[in-house]
Design a protein around this ligand. Structure first.
Ligand code: ZN
Ligand code: ZN
Length: 398
């Protein structure tokens, strides 16, 4: 039985515990208490040295990092991206599909399954499941994804994908033919059901909601607005996905808080309107994370569309300045969100930990520093830089 004690300011779900200590035994959190001077012999003590002890981050929407995209479809790429995100504090990751051929998506699912089966602490972020994101996007909201890989829901296709059992989050644009059937199916499979890359109206969202939709991908990005619907539907002007999410307490959403996608006013507004229990921080980062400036492929290495990493964010190569994914890890999202909202630290961290865990239904096991949960723990500096990452009680080698 191995025991580790971590000392520092503990970030609990609803408060900070100064001079606290976290006791880890057999990979689980055994106790949360005030720090004591003496610990039993042979117990390893880690000290945050004036910094924080926080739960490991959980990323619901992420495409890759360190040169690898999950859609490359190889175990090598999956491991590279998981390790890269581990170094940024993510301990549970939901690899996210892009648009692509059915074969490319099937290869991605297989590669994630293969890695998930044999993951250890040295492999970085653990795969919590796959976010089945592309290919069922609206043709006019494909964004930086390959337009050739976009299509409407195909029952035969998605039944096969879901058969793998690894899909835990399922996205589809609400206005596509077959969307409601897809949502019902995904709900039956106990997924977090979400609408994204969509130009849908309020009634289309309402139909989706009845079929199980409870989340919308990257708020304000590749989704409908009053003005985008004016182009689609004319007048009178229509309520959009934005109004639907803000009006419905059951709906959650996510923000890419890298500092380049959304201004700090928008981040603060999202936090004020939805609250920390309905807003998740996601990276939506591409393979260009932790890579030099230059051109990269979004999605599959073989034929994904090119984009530019300008050192801050991904942009499309057409010169329009349109965004094409982030190039930052969850640690940056947390720092930017903390600065933008001035919210209490536990509430900011909640949006990167407990809230995503609750939305996908894994909060019994991970998402907060609570007795009995898996010891996925971060040691953070005062400025929220990641100093150490502990996955299931074992320190991740850098
Ligand atoms: Zn997207
Ligand atoms: Zn994305």
């Amino acid at each position: 039985m191995t025991t580790t004690v971590i000392r520092g300011t503990l970030v609990l779900p609803d408060r900070l515990l100064e001079k606290g200590q976290l006791v880890i035994r057999n990979g689980r959190i055994a106790a949360i208490e005030k720090a004591r001077a003496a610990v039993p012999k042979g117990v390893e003590v880690l000290d945050a040295e004036g910094g924080y002890v926080a739960p490991g981050y959980i990323d619901l929407h992420v495409h890759g990092g360190d040169g690898a995209d999950f859609m490359d479809g190889t175990a090598d790429s999956v491991l590279t991206a998981c390790r890269a995100h581990g170094r940024h504090g993510t301990t549970t990751i939901f690899p996210t599909t892009t648009t692509g051929t059915p074969e490319q998506i099937a290869a991605m699912l297989r590669a994630c399954q293969e890695v998930q089966k044999s993951q250890s602490a040295s492999d970085g972020a653990r795969i919590g499941g796959v976010h089945f994101y592309g290919p069922y996007f609206a043709p006019d909201k494909v964004g930086c994804h390959s337009p050739d890989g976009q299509r409407s829901p195909d029952v035969e296709e998605y039944h096969q994908h879901f058969e793998t059992g690894i899909i835990r989050i399922a996205t589809c644009a609400a206005e596509l033919p077959g969307a409601v059937e897809f949502y019902r199916f995904a709900r039956k499979k106990k997924c977090l059901v979400t609408c994204g890359h969509s130009n849908s109206t309020w009634p289309e969202m309402e139909a989706g909601f009845k079929a199980g939709v409870r989340h919308v991908d990257h708020f304000w990005c590749a989704m409908s607005s009053v003005s985008s619907l004016k182009k689609r539907c004319g007048t009178p002007m229509q309520a959009s996905m934005e109004e639907f999410v803000l009006a419905m307490p059951e709906m959650s959403t996510e923000v890419i808080a890298d500092g380049y996608h959304l201004s700090s006013e928008l981040l603060r507004f999202a936090y004020q309107m939805k609250g920390s229990a309905r807003l998740c921080l996601v990276t939506d980062s591409s393979r260009a994370m932790d890579m030099p400036e230059g051109q990269y492929r979004f999605g599959p290495e073989r034929d994904g569309p090119w984009f530019i990493n300008d050192g801050q964010v991904g942009r499309t190569i057409d010169g329009s300045g349109a965004l094409a994914s982030s190039v930052a890890g969850m640690d940056q999202m947390v720092r930017v969100m903390a600065a933008a909202t001035k919210a209490p630290l536990w509430d900011v961290i909640r949006m990167a930990t407990l809230t995503p865990a609750e939305r996908v239904g894994i909060s019994k096991d991970v998402g907060s520093l609570e007795k009995g949960k898996r010891a996925d723990v971060l040691i953070l500096s005062k400025r929220l830089q990641v100093r150490e990452v502990i996955v299931g009680g074992t320190a991740m080698p850098w």
